[in-house]
Design a protein around this ligand. Structure first.
Ligand code: 9WN
Length: 474
């Protein structure tokens, strides 16, 4: 049986040990998620890391976000990886020579000198910037922190809301599983099944030098990730034509939470935040309309390519309307959505569908249903699991060790703790806070854990685990 996490025999405080992880992962301008497995700067990792770092050094937390935003593209996108030029090319795959951002991304305004990936990750940044500001408003004002990041954050949101509204309803779509941040979630199985994988011998997986193969995505998954990313690159990173397009609840909820944060940032800078706040409210309503599934008691992902791609070059064939398939699931899709024929809700229950609990403007009955689902048999929080599993305990694809197909992650624990608190579930929030702290501590800040036993998986000394434990400690 897998080992159960135990508390290490040490008297050094959690604060000190978490701060040491962040120190060890600091490169001088930003923090790596993990020295071995992820030796560059990652977008949403940096946002979570800044949220914890503000308790150790508000100055470094500001720098973390500034470094990431300095790699922003002309079209507003914030890349999911900013490569560190002093790290050997073969340390991580896909490396800069795969993305070729400065050449392939020229039309989209990629930086000329920095090397980045061309896809994005969830927009947690405005929320992080606001929390970092609040940690030391005097320093923030003295350095003009918010004044400098505000235009970049606004351009980032503009990119997502305009270029990535592929479904035409107002929500943002991800065009690659890496964009949503939960790489091999079973939610992607159906949309990925249509993608012809790149041949295994055409790339080398550096992740397997550091991570156990049974804890990582499979080679077949990787073949498809590579195909999708290469196609996007070869189209000059232009949006709209790809074979994978999904409206994801967590990605959109984080954008909405960041819209509220941008409203507060604007107000702090003497402008008005009311238009943004109204938009956040409208987007919350759209999220409910498009992705809420009353029967499941949670939000689901919407696959926009269930009926083929707009150009008709999808593996599913002609790209014609297929409202029969679109209507399966929850009665959504199909005829009522003429702009995306055949879009459909994916039936998989993943933690992504609980994350909208962070939204303050959620209708009360929906927030209550989410809390019930969190406690119910599919996630069993406060009962059979030690931390929120990334995927349905009763789902066929559930695997307690394989990455985003079951293991519990600390960033989603942090988000749901915040969500529970937002909706007045103080006791449940407190229990989740304790669980995050205990498990982060006992596992030496593991990347993710077995949701039943709490046994560590993946890397240890993981950036956002240390940072978010620090945040909940304070
Ligand atoms: C691909 C860095 C990132 C996280 C993601 C996580 C994982 C990368 C990978 O690591 O993804 O971006 O190589 O598996 O899934 O959420 O941001 O920590």
């Amino acid at each position: 049986p897998p080992a159960t996490a135990t508390t290490p025999a040490t008297t050094t405080s959690l604060h000190t040990r978490a701060a040491r992880v962040l120190e060890a992962n600091w490169t001088g301008a930003s923090t790596v998620p993990s020295r071995d497995l992820y030796p560059h700067q990652w977008s949403w990792d940096s946002a979570f890391i800044a949220i914890g770092l503000r308790h150790v050094s508000p100055r470094r937390a500001q720098t973390e976000l500034e470094t990431l935003l300095a790699a922003q593209w002309g079209d507003g996108r914030v890349p999911h990886i900013v490569f560190n030029p002093s790290v050997p090319l073969d340390a991580y795959f896909p490396s800069p020579d795969f993305w070729r951002s400065s050449t392939a991304g020229r039309t989209a305004g990629a930086p000329r000198t920095l090397q980045t990936s061309g896809i994005v990750q969830p927009p947690v940044h405005a929320l992080a910037a606001w929390l970092v500001h609040r940690a030391d408003p005097e320093l923030s004002r003295a350095r003009g922190f918010l004044a400098r990041v505000h235009p970049r954050l606004a351009a980032w949101h503009r990119y997502l809301l305009h270029r990535r509204d592929l479904g035409g309803a107002g929500l943002v779509s991800v065009v690659h599983p890496w964009e949503q941040g939960m790489d091999n979630s079973p939610c992607w199985d159906a949309p990925l099944a249509r993608i012809t994988p790149a041949p295994a011998r055409s790339f080398r997986r550096a992740d397997l030098d550091h991570g156990a193969a049974e804890d990582r995505p499979t080679d077949l998954d990787y073949g498809r990730y590579v195909r999708l990313a290469a196609d996007y690159r070869d189209a000059g990173y232009a949006d709209g034509g790809g074979e994978f397009a999904v409206e994801d609840p967590a990605f959109n909820a984080l954008l909405i939470a960041s819209e509220y944060a941008l409203a507060r940032i604007a107000e702090e800078l003497g402008a008005t935040g009311s238009a943004r706040r109204a938009r956040a409210q409208r987007l919350t309503a759209t999220l409910v309309e498009r992705l809420w599934d009353a029967e499941a008691g949670m939000f689901l992902c919407r696959d926009l390519r269930a009926g083929g791609t707009p150009s008709g070059r999808g593996a599913s064939g002609s790209g014609r309307s297929d409202s029969g398939r679109g209507a399966s699931g929850s009665g959504a899709g199909g005829e009522d959505e003429p702009r995306v024929p055949g879009s459909r809700l994916l039936p998989e229950r993943a933690v992504s569908g609980l994350v909208p609990l962070i939204l303050p403007g959620l209708p009360r009955d929906i927030a209550a249903a989410l809390v019930r689902t969190l406690r119910g048999p599919h996630f069993s929080v406060g009962d059979r699991t030690r931390l929120v599993p990334s995927y349905d305990l009763l789902g066929e694809a559930f695997d307690p060790h394989r990455y985003w197909r079951g293991p519990a992650w600390f960033n989603t624990g942090w988000l749901l703790e915040r969500g529970l608190r937002t909706h007045g579930e103080t006791a449940a929030a407190e229990a989740l806070r304790r669980a995050v702290l205990d498990l982060a501590d006992a596992t030496d800040f593991a990347e993710y854990v077995d949701p039943y036993t709490g046994a560590p998986c993946g890397a240890t000394g993981f950036g956002w685990t240390a940072a978010l434990a620090l945040d909940l400690y304070h």
